[in-house]
Design a protein around this ligand. Structure first.
Ligand SMILES: Cc1cc2nc3c(=O)[nH]c(=O)nc-3n(C[C@H](O)[C@H](O)[C@H](O)COP(=O)(O)OP(=O)(O)OC[C@H]3O[C@@H](n4cnc5c(N)ncnc54)[C@H](O)[C@@H]3O)c2cc1C
Length: 395
């Protein structure tokens, strides 16, 4: 018979050496919000293809959108582990489209304004970003350049006190509904590729900035994804984020945080899938006994639990090092590669143990398996992460 203690909270809810009281408080608050304000409604958001602005504002009011930002703008000045908590708990929601909508805003796009923006940019936008009144998108990827960021072709030509941007951006999360876009463009076509890119802040109303398509996609269906066109898009020179020619380095620096966050989100997804599947196999009977009574199934789930714990600790460790300001590119790449692959392994087995029900749109695991597919591709595909690790293995 099934052992009832199986359903006791698993590792991510247990005390951890990495987290302080403020992290645990945040975890409890986000988990409550996910249960009350996301899970009951997100099925409808999957169908409409975006998260309602009111939900994002509610998260802003609770402080979830500014956990890393200065208190002067309404933020709570937590560290990388705070982002990990947010990402893990949103990942556990089972609706990764909602998770990515929020995390692109908090940890991937607005970061360019918070870190490289001028005082005027921050004064104008950060309080709104923290409150969820202004939602941000990051536009780097293009039809001909994804993993290879240096290969982008969007050009920003200097004309007097402005830059004129021309190009196209693809797969831009929050791109349909964003208020602010952090856009990568080439400002120096003759320079070394790593010194040719600059970042710009574009407001939604900027003439020449167009959402050319809202993209339909396999997973993350409650997050909006856009193709953008920049046609003679005139941006005041003061909208340069950071120094001209330093955009590539800014993108690479922010990738460290982005990858930690994606890996944490993946481990939240994996944990939720494991818990759902444990519940399912506890009650589903075949051959006169619950599926959990089959050694083949429970041992497989036990191994997945061990791997999820390993992945989680790898993420926590990378986040801890990052929070100390220690260069941890290797650990971050390991976490992203390992967790991005692991979450797909977990989903595969969890669908398997749901049997036919695992393929039905009405079951959460079907959606979760689709959502997880992105984790080994976005924000640094597994192969790219393995190259980062390999470079550092040889001394
Ligand atoms: C739903 C969704 C949301 C996204 N959101 C954003 C966003 O908000 N902003 C943004 O700028 N971008 C976004 N992206 C883009 C995403 O980051 C890219 O898709 C990703 O970086 C991979 O780039 P690519 O699709 O051009 O694949 P490519 O670069 O063409 O690579 C294809 C595949 O080749 C392999 N590969 C690539 N490089 C190597 C290598 N060096 N060695 C070995 N194998 C390799 C990998 O398996 C990779 O998946 C999003 C994408 C999707 C699908």
């Amino acid at each position: 018979m099934i052992d009832a203690t199986l359903h006791a909270p698993l590792a991510s809810t247990q005390p951890s050496a990495y987290f302080r009281e403020e992290h645990e408080l945040l975890r409890r608050q986000v988990r409550r919000f996910v249960d009350a304000e996301i899970k009951p409604f997100a099925g409808a958001w999957e169908l409409q293809g975006f998260v309602p602005r009111e939900t994002l504002r509610a998260m802003g009011r609770l402080g979830f959108l500014g956990i890393r930002y200065p208190s002067a703008y309404g933020g709570s000045e937590l560290d990388t582990l705070g982002s990990v908590v947010l990402a893990e708990e949103l990942g556990r929601s089972t609706f990764s489209g909602v998770a990515i909508t929020v995390l692109v805003h908090t940890d991937m796009a607005s970061v360019h304004i918070a870190k490289a923006g001028s005082i005027a940019h921050k004064e104008r936008h950060l309080a709104d970003i923290v409150a969820g009144r202004a939602i941000t998108a990051l536009a780097v990827t293009e039809p001909d350049a994804g993993s290879d960021v240096k290969g982008i072709r969007t050009v920003a030509r200097r004309e007097g006190d402005a830059f004129v941007l021309n190009g196209a951006k693809l797969f831009i999360t929050n791109g349909v509904h964003a208020d602010l876009y952090c856009v990568a463009a080439k400002t120096a076509l003759q320079a070394r590729r790593s010194q040719s890119i600059s970042m710009f802040l574009l407001e939604r109303s900027t003439p020449g900035l167009k959402v050319s398509r809202q993209l339909d996609k396999h997973g993350w269906r409650s997050s909006d994804t856009a193709e953008l066109l920049l046609e003679d898009c005139r941006v005041p020179a003061e909208n340069l984020l950071g120094r001209e020619g330093e955009g590539f380095y800014a993108i690479m620096r922010n990738f460290q945080n982005e990858r930690i966050v994606l890996a944490a989100m993946a481990m939240g997804e994996a944990q939720a899938a494991l818990e759902l599947t444990l519940d399912y196999v506890a009650t589903r009977k075949a051959f006169a006994a619950p599926l959990y009574d089959r050694e083949a199934i429970r041992q497989r789930l036990a191994m997945l639990a061990a791997k999820i714990e390993a992945g989680r600790q790898l993420v926590y460790h990378a986040a801890f090092l990052d929070a100390q300001g220690i260069d941890c590119t290797c650990q971050v790449s390991m976490a992203k590669a390992y967790c991005g692959e692991l979450v797909n392994e977990v989903m595969y087995d969890c669908v398997q143990f749901h049997g036919g029900m695992g393929l039905m749109s009405e079951s959460a695991i079907e959606r979760m398996a689709r959502d997880a597919r992105m984790q080994s591709i976005g924000g640094g595909a597994t192969e790219v992460m393995l190259e980062e690790i390999a470079k550092r293995l040889r001394r």
